[in-house]
Design a protein. Sequence first.
Length: 418
Amino acid sequence: MSNAHSPFHPADLLLPREDIRPETWACVACDQYTSQPEYWREVEALVGDAPSTLRLMLPECDLKDSQERVPRIHAAMTEYLDQGLLTVAVRNGFILCERTTASGTRLGLVGTVDLEAYDYAAGSMPLVRPTEQTIAERLPARLAIRRGAPVELSHILILIDDPDRTVLEPLQAAKADLRKLYDFDLMQRGGHLTGYAVETEERLSHVENALNALKEKQGEHPMLLAVGDGNHSLATAKAYWNEIRETLSPEEREHHPARFALCEIENLHDNALRFEPIHRLITGVWPEDLYDAWERYCDARGMVLSEEGSGHIFTMVIRKDEYPVVVQRPEGFIPCETIQLFLDEFLQARPDASIDYIHGADALRHLAQNKRSVGFILPEINKKTFFQDVMNLGVLPRKTFSMGEADEKRFYMESKRI
């Protein structure tokens, strides 16, 4: 089978040895619960001394300890390989995932994306594109983990725009004929995860052909894959690949494992795939001062703040009270762009204030109780226009959306060699 036209490839995929409990092996993505370190302390208690992906990643709430933690992560990876705790479960194949949460059961396919078909540079139009702006300052800590790591785990979720359900759903229809790899409850309210090996020539060809058919529908400059989650993780993989590719011969570049980043693709139109806006929390500021600055900002640009009307609608959270705010004649293409443009300018002028990006409206309400804080609840994301919004804007404003609540995010289960 040729993968000449598709940027999504099968791979040798690693799973924990069969005697390792998956319930303590699989942990949620490192960029979750950054404002709730108690979550990660609970995970530590649950895992104890058991082999776990917790030892192979660094929660972002602990980035301050990265200098000490990164060598331990590399050592744990090497130990797990040397002791056979990580083994090849699928050779040159994919893993079909069924993830059940409160939203339902969504489908995903774990494989690798060709980093030569991806670029996060502004203005580029590759087959694989980011959905949010890449912040260069966020890459070094992630690069430190990737450099020297013998394996990679991934929380990267990549979207396909497949309203006719031609890629993943036929595999699910045939799952009775697939080899089951795991089937267990995830920790910490994470739901349930089941995985099946996709490894025959016929099924690999189906994935290739169905993806190519989607690409052909898009015409000139197609965006076949849009990074839904893990934008900075994929950018890190690209940066690392750029570092080493020039040291390789042309033949080595074709098949080097670092060229292909582990990921999971999901259908944008999956009914169980929830798009959640990422909310904003501003601290170190009096609410009245922020609102007055917002009014002046809007007046200077021909916008109007009001409690009702047409435009981009937000909810301001001030302690226990919530207020609807409408930006009429908004300057942004989507609501997130409108609010972020203002907040960027406001924060630049107020070094005493800071911003945090919060997953979940209830979490924002809890965190906005301080008298010197203001929360902004953003409106729902429109899935029907999502791909077009990305193509129109180039990239969405940073932290525009999240694919589900924090406990619905991808858990680290599979891995591959770099």
